[in-house]
Design a binder for this molecule. Sequence first.
Ligand code: CU
Length: 570
Amino acid sequence: MKKNLILYILLWLCKFGYGQNALYIPPSITGSSFNLNIQNGNTQFYSNINTPTFGINSNILAPTLIVNKWDIDTFNVTNSLTGFGNSTTIHWHGLHVPAKADGGPHQIILQGTTWSPIFQILNSAGTFWYHPHGNNKTDLHVSKGIAGMIIVKDSIESAILLPRKYGIDDFPLIVQTKSFDILNQIAISTEEDTSVMVNGTVNPYLYVPSQVIRLRLLNGNSMRSFNFGFSNNYPFKMIASDGGLLNSAIPLTRLRLAPGERAEILLDLQSIQGDTIYLKSFSSELPNGIYGAATVTGMMGGSIPDYNLNPLNGADYNILQLIVGMQSINPVIIMPTFLTPSNFDTSYTISRNFVLSPDSLNSAVEQVIGPFNINGSHFDMNTINETVYLNAIEKWRITNQTGIAHPIHIHDVQFRILNINGGSVPNYEQGDKDVVMVMPNQYVEFVSKFVDFADDSIPYMFHCHLLHHEDDGMMGSFLVKDTTATGNVDLNVQSKVSLFPNPTKDGFQIIANQTGSISMKIMNGLGEVVIMRDGDIDNAFISLENIPSGYYILQLRIGKSIISKKIIKY
Ligand SMILES: [Cu+2]
């Protein structure tokens, strides 16, 4: 293994001097029905060297899905992978969807079959992603290339003057490192991920216009964190975290992203036309314990074998060259300050504790390499670890008693970080999040509300997003249960309910033709409830006279089902 590593470092040094490559921008697709074919491919990361890869509708990676809040979309995901044992799943990371549509380990897509979840986009505008989440194969399938970005749009984001021309002033950047074995096959569970790539392009460059540009950063790595920044400490502003827009743009020169985390940043390039700057990782500044820092050394002195042979660990290295050219048509030239007001209810009534521990308490090395457990358990397909009640607001405390930092991801919801070790939260982590890094010997507390979707048997996942740890079982499951209804969007019921007239000037009638109780709420684009009624509302006229014109969402609870409809008031 050591001999191989020396070879790789030599190869890496050679590659470093290699020519640069134009950054690949994955194609974007939009609409209400998405056909996604998971297939085998071949990619030349380095000229004349073919490497077998996996991709969706392409040799590697996946199209960027551009979806609109409130739309009901169908995703036909076909597993066309060949080779033994390549059943997989596709998880919509960060999206708030029913458990049966979530794409966790329970929604296996066997080879040669198609999985077709249908769900409404309920998230606010932001950058999300989709990737495999199968039991024990997440690292392999993501590393082989299956990962794509999801861009959610909504009316609030659209009203802000921001760059949003995909591939012109608004760029998806899926940042990853990979290991290759001597046969140029992608390898996992090594410390030899010396190839840095963006959107599958090594040594990439990108021509960007000399105006305000938007970069959607996704750390799509298995293990490695990045400490993003630019050459000469060129300043940037962060506008969105995992779950979407922040309250206001935050000026930064560094931004740490762990695997699974996203951020949208703005750069004002007006003053440097003709120049070049580099997106870099300043990994020399990462503290001990974070995979990617100079050291990952536990309390008992254990460290990851071969870790210090990887030249990226603790180094400051280039990720993407930006060559600043001419302005595009109708450039954005002003950075916004105020973005969107925050409305997140943190009045929790239930607290849960989760402790991350190494299985072996007396091995110094296992403190940093695992296997790790959560509250003493490893993931089991047939076990439900936690049960949450629908509409509960809960505080979760994650305590890390291992020697390595773990980015903890929770499905179904976005959360707000209340405190880190009882102290303050950095401003760039104060927005909506679905991944949080928990440092060794620290705890993080966050709060979330578990709304809209309940299921009596299919759980959501919470887990470490270091894919090697996740595959080793550092994952648990939680059910969201409704004591009064299943909470599932029932499309059979949905199709039978109509609103008339819609669009409307002053009000509408609900035609449900259902027996039993119906309750109703109407929410505005901020998710605020503007009208609520229950009781005998089937065929009743609902007045909209007292609310302003615009788009609204009607949510009806009929018996055990919840359905949603869009209403337009003009
Ligand atoms: Cu972990």
